[in-house]
Ligand binder design. Structure first.
Ligand code: NAP
Ligand code: FER
Length: 336
């Protein structure tokens, strides 16, 4: 039997929390590069929260994921064959290669990665899109000053765990919010967060009041919803709020109503700003050496939760949406 390219397609648009039946695993022939193309053997693929948004029909920053097409997504791998002058066989690359074992590329949006600087999987996490999100979303949007109190939600995930450590590097007091005692232990004992609590077993407002006696200067929001409703009343005057993600709402069938907090934004003169990491694409080259430097100095640590095999990509994605990951959720496709 000739080797094939296993791929995961979007089979149906979910309502509410996605089901495994919204996806389909298929086999296709391994493609051959034409002139100007190269073939990538994928080593790891990334499953990310934004993919849930792209499964809906509504257009936003990017076009929706098309039905019956390979799920889009970032991946790292090795160039196996090349007819492209800029990419040589044997090089490692990161790009939007999708949920499959092999991908053809024309090089657009693809970057070479240095496997001597860090294991290649890191380019999907701390040295990749989530790392850049943490870097710019904290430093550019919140601009934290030494001694300030920074609160991070989704604190044990890919973005949140990096945000907390960058805030520590900048001399802040950091308080994390995450959904499990194992997650809380990791971010406080290993990553150096000053304090953290499990929002599933503690009252966020009461805990934050206790853990942030000087109030909150910066809030990096990965989750939204009732957690954010508890943070905002504790913000100090002229506090900054970086709206990075609202994952608590991504799978809701009906929008939730909550308290109306804009009066607080007004009287505390808060800056509340959403951002998309892609806005900073021209500055990734500024963030990468900083993140890699902190990694090498041991000031920045990361963790990965790795599922094995393309056939487990869907369960890894659904597990990440349910909070089963600590650090970055990846899927290992092959040893490249
Ligand atoms: P992640 O945090 O590694 O994984 C998602 C985490 O969300 C889960 O582990 C889970 O942790 C938490 N979660 C799930 N449902 C929740 C709920 N109802 N309430 C509170 N927390 C919930 O994912 P990531 O890649 O680092 O992304 C984190 C956030 O950043 C997401 O909102 C994502 O959309 C956003 N993001 C934004 C940009 C941008 O450009 N703006 C770029 C990348 C990511 P718990 O166990 O703690 O619940
Ligand atoms: C994310 C959540 C939302 C994200 C991007 C978006 C890159 C927005 C995308 C869009 O507007 O299309 O985690 O990460």
């Amino acid at each position: 039997m000739s080797p094939t390219n296993q791929q995961v397609l979007l089979a149906a648009r979910p309502t509410g929390f996605p089901n495994p039946t919204d996806f389909r695993l298929v086999e296709a022939p391994i493609p051959e590069p034409a002139d100007g193309q190269f073939l990538v053997g994928i080593a790891y693929l990334s499953v990310d929260p934004y993919m849930r948004g792209r499964m809906n029909a509504a257009r936003s920053y990017a076009d929706p994921q098309k039905l019956d097409e390979v799920m889009g997504g970032g991946a790292v791998g090795k160039v196996l064959a090349s007819r492209h002058p800029g990419f040589a066989e044997g090089e490692y690359v990161v790009g939007m290669f999708g949920w499959q074992q092999y991908a053809l590329s024309d090089g657009r949006g693809v970057m070479q990665v240095d496997p001597r600087l860090a294991p290649i999987s890191a380019y999907l996490g701390v040295l990749g899109m989530p790392g850049f999100t943490a870097y710019f979303g904290l430093l550019d949007v919140c601009a934290p000053r030494p001694g300030e109190t920074v609160v991070v939600s989704g604190a044990a995930g890919a973005v949140g765990s990096t945000v907390g450590q960058i805030a520590k590097i900048h001399g802040c007091r950091v308080v994390g919010i995450a959904g499990g005692d194992d997650k809380i232990r990791w971010i406080t004992e290993d990553l150096g967060f000053d304090a953290a609590f499990n929002y599933k077993t503690e009252s966020p407002y009461q805990k934050l009041k206790e853990l942030c006696p000087a109030g909150i200067d910066c809030y990096f929001d990965n989750v939204g919803g009732s957690i954010t409703d508890a943070v905002l009343p504790l913000m100090n005057t002229s506090g900054r709020v970086s709206i990075c993600g609202q994952i608590s709402m991504y799978n809701l069938e009906k929008p939730e109503t909550g308290p109306r907090l804009f009066p607080l934004v007004l009287v505390r003169t808060l800056k509340v700003q959403g951002f998309l990491v892609f806005q900073y694409a021209s500055r990734y080259g500024e963030a990468l050496p900083k993140l890699a430097g902190w990694l090498q100095e041991g000031k920045l640590k990361y963790r990965e939760t790795v599922a094995e095999g393309i056939e487990n990509a869907v369960s890894a994605f659904l597990g990440m949406l349910r909070g089963e990951n600590i650090g970055k959720q990846l899927v290992k496709i092959s040893d490249q």
